[in-house]
Write a protein that binds this ligand. Structure first.
Ligand SMILES: NC(=O)c1ccc[n+]([C@@H]2O[C@H](COP(=O)([O-])OP(=O)(O)OC[C@H]3O[C@@H](n4cnc5c(N)ncnc54)[C@H](OP(=O)(O)O)[C@@H]3O)[C@@H](O)[C@H]2O)c1
Length: 253
């Protein structure tokens, strides 16, 4: 049995990935998010339902994560972590600045998740263990009014590289995904925000954003899930310390 943590599993990319990974009866998933009811809804849709569990916790709270994982894993090993939870949106310097909230969730929360998972990854007898961090193509280029988000997502690439070197000899492979637009609630809110700023409709704003993307496509959450499934499958174990761009050509190295 392969035990896999997925944070942000109550919606979007995390939910789609959970559904795909659950199709393998050898996978046991731990779904993490803040809303227990959303996690329950996802759990009900999973294949091999009896293999999976959920943990309603805020990833900013390292102690709650530690206690929750101790309770669920009870000294059992862990093979993979998809550290995917995050929040989006703008921030602006001043009284209502969301800087701390975004950095705390997207950067420190991801760090907490990985640090609390590491003791269990080290218990695994598998030759290779996998950590995958959801960064963003906004680690690749700047967007106005997204200073906190761009900073956090770029910081995650430093975290990826540092952890990849630190834990390579333990057989722990650490990579990041840097997706462009993916059709989720977060993308919907982002496109609506741009529409409101420009005084145009959601549909017009969506069309405008797709106009900046070479293929003109938005990714489906299941495409992210397929990539995660492959990286966790063990079919290759030579990628580590990398940021993998899945962005319809919006950034090319
Ligand atoms: N959609 C895109 O276009 C896009 C592009 C690039 C990168 N990303 C990144 O992809 C990841 C997944 O986002 P998504 O697009 O799938 O959006 P989403 O549907 O909004 O998913 C984000 C998930 O993170 C969870 N979450 C947020 N804060 C949390 C916290 N403090 N503790 C625990 N869970 C928390 C949310 O659940 P609760 O509210 O229940 O906690 C939610 O299920 C994010 O890191 C995002 O930055 C998205």
């Amino acid at each position: 049995m392969k035990t896999i943590i997925i944070t942000g599993a109550g919606s979007g990319m995390g939910e789609a990935t959970a559904k795909l990974l659950s199709e393998n009866p050898e996978n046991s998933l731990i779904l993490i998010g803040r809303s227990q009811s959303r996690l329950n809804d996802v759990l009900e849709c999973l294949s091999n339902r009896e293999n999976h569990a959920s943990l309603a916790v805020d990833i900013c709270n390292a102690r709650a994560l530690r206690l929750g994982l101790a309770d669920l894993l009870k000294h059992k090993s862990l093979e993979c972590v998809f550290a995917n939870a995050g929040i989006g949106g703008e921030n602006a310097y001043g009284e209502d600045d969301r800087w701390h909230e975004i950095i705390q969730t997207n950067l420190t929360g991801t760090y907490n998740t990985i640090m609390e998972a590491l003791p269990y990854l080290k218990l695994s007898q598998e030759r290779f263990k996998h950590i995958l961090i959801t960064s963003s193509c906004l680690a690749r280029f700047g967007v106005p009014n997204y200073t906190a988000y761009c900073t956090a997502k770029t910081g995650l690439l430093g975290l990826t590289r540092s952890l990849a070197v630190q834990y390579a000899s333990d057989g722990i492979l650490v990579n990041a995904l840097t997706p462009g637009w993916v059709r989720t609630e977060m993308a919907e809110r982002g496109i609506q925000l741009l529409a409101d700023r420009a005084g145009i409709s959601f549909e017009e704003s969506f069309k405008q954003q797709m106009g900046y993307v070479p293929t003109g496509n938005i990714s489906e959450p299941s495409e992210i899930g397929e990539l995660v499934s492959f990286l966790f499958s063990g079919k290759q174990n030579s990628i580590t310390g990398q940021a993998l761009d899945i962005n319809n050509g919006s950034y090319m190295q």
